[in-house]
Design a protein around this ligand. Structure first.
Ligand SMILES: Cc1ncc(COP(=O)(O)O)c(C=O)c1O
Length: 456
């Protein structure tokens, strides 16, 4: 006998609704974004300059201005392991907050790696395999991206080497074990396996490390081996492009729910999950078809958009990767070891930065203790344990719901729950026992780090 469900909690789509094309926001921008520059010559770089690091199929996506970029069938088949991901209406959180707001979240934690990161790891591995690449080198902050690339490497038969930021390597041994189970080789960064890593360790043997340093190690690894390319889990245009499957599906699912969001929220480290959910909506705004309030949330301890400058800067600490125009705290920035490891990056994606600069999106920053509190409220209402990164989006979604209550408004809020926190239980434990601290990045240290900006 069929059970009648009085109200719907999950809005799901069949496998044949996995998008056939990614959405490319470059087609709708009023002007082209400032070009990336070569780290040594400071001249604009073209596809040939990027070829030692990336597969040509990905480079062409990086510079494409086509609105739709076709998703190859083998990538859609691999996506079918977990896509389309569910959209939830957070009835129980709404009740707990006693708010008239309608809260929806797109849940990317259903992927095998536990986050949105396989949305780009899978096509990156596939395009590299198509071009005969045998091995990929990458960095990981939270361990989520490294896990995603290790999984994608296993799917397509590529070797994967992961430089895991020391703080996360120490905080999250189970992430390393999962990457190794998928077949990847993992070292703590800075490591003794690259010239750059050895130079950092010689100067500061107990360096707490940063994502910028781990990127330099992975870039050096790829640039010095013929069989290896580099893979980046965020920031670049093609990575954000791949993530748009999130927003494209969400638009169909919100239509099933019969609602349009008023406010759309994502946490932002390098900008990829935020862009993935919001770019298809921002595209509608840029084409004059709709209007939304779009909010990117970053940690107070790494506030690139809210406290940094919009300038050309190095993407990595060793100055080997391209120089891009973005919101930055300076490439020497070493963040405090907050538990949202994926948000501890000195810069922000150039596309997200441009939208912030043009006033299309807003940015705000929050402290980690308030985020964990929001994560616990969410877990107790909805049952899902969020990764520390999306607790930043949850905190702002809850603030929005409380504001809606005060205003007596049935505001529709949509946020990206971009990963689960099953490997982050020790961070929750520290929160529950009152051992977590808040860190505000001191203004003098921001000013100091910014003195190393390249002179363009
Ligand atoms: C679960 C999760 N969310 C968010 C991020 C931040 O990256 P991005 O801003 O590119 O989504 C990471 C990065 O590792 C992550 O693992």
């Amino acid at each position: 006998m069929a059970i009648s469900v009085p109200r719907r909690t999950k809005f799901t789509l069949d496998e044949d609704r996995i998008p056939r094309a990614w959405y490319n926001i470059a087609a709708d921008l009023p002007a082209p974004p400032p070009p990336p520059l070569h780290p040594a010559t400071h001249e604009p770089i073209g596809p040939a300059d990027l070829a030692p690091l990336f597969a040509m199929g990905l480079i062409l996506q990086e510079v494409s201005t086509d609105r739709e970029v076709e998703i190859p069938d083998p990538v859609r088949e691999a996506y079918a392991l977990y896509r389309p991901s569910p959209l939830y209406r957070a009835h129980r959180l709404e009740r707990a907050l006693d708010t008239p707001a309608h809260i929806y979240y797109k849940y990317e934690g259903v992927s095998p790696a536990g986050s949105h990161k396989p949305n780009t790891a899978i096509p990156q591995a596939w395009f590299n395999r198509q071009e005969g690449v045998k091995r990929l080198a990458t960095e990981t902050g939270a361990g989520q991206w490294g896990t995603a690339l290790a999984f994608a490497g296993a799917l397509f038969g590529l070797e994967v080497k992961v430089y895991q930021v020391r703080a996360s390597y120490d905080q999250k041994p189970y992430r390393r074990m999962l990457m190794e189970t998928y077949g990847a080789q993992v070292v703590a960064s800075p490591s003794l396996t690259t010239n750059y890593g050895r130079s950092v360790l010689a100067e500061t043997p107990d360096s707490p490390a940063s994502l910028g340093m781990a990127i330099s190690e992975a870039v050096e690894d790829a640039a010095t081996r013929d069989d290896t390319k580099y893979a980046l889990g965020s920031v670049l245009n093609h990575v954000l492009l791949h993530q748009t499957v999130i927003g494209l599906e969400a638009q169909e699912q919100m239509a099933l729910a019969g609602e349009e969001p008023d406010v759309i929220i994502g946490c932002a480290g390098g900008g990829s999950n935020f862009a993935g959910l919001t770019f298809p909506y921002i595209g509608r705004m840029l084409r004059g078809e709709a209007s939304y309030r779009v909010i990117a949330v970053e940690p107070e301890a790494a506030p690139s958009m809210t406290r940094g400058v919009y300038a050309y800067d190095f993407g990595d600490t060793g100055h080997m990767a391209p120089i891009v125009k973005m919101h930055t705290l300076g490439s020497d920035f070493i963040p405090e070891p907050i538990h949202a490891g994926g948000l501890r990056y000195h810069g922000m994606s150039p596309l997200v930065s441009l939208l912030k600069e043009d006033g299309v999106i807003e940015a705000t920053s929050v402290h980690q203790r308030a985020c964990f509190e929001a994560g616990v409220t969410f877990a107790r209402a909805e049952g899902i344990l969020p990764a520390p990164e999306p607790t930043h989006a949850i905190k702002v979604a809850i603030d929005q719901a409380n504001e809606a209550k005060e205003a007596g408004e049935a505001r529709v809020i949509l946020f990206n729950l971009c990963g689960h926190g099953h490997f982050d239980l020790s961070a929750y434990d520290r929160h529950l026992t009152g051992a977590l601290e808040d860190f505000e990045y001191p203004a003098e240290r921001v000013a100091e780090a910014l003195t190393a900006l390249p002179r363009i």
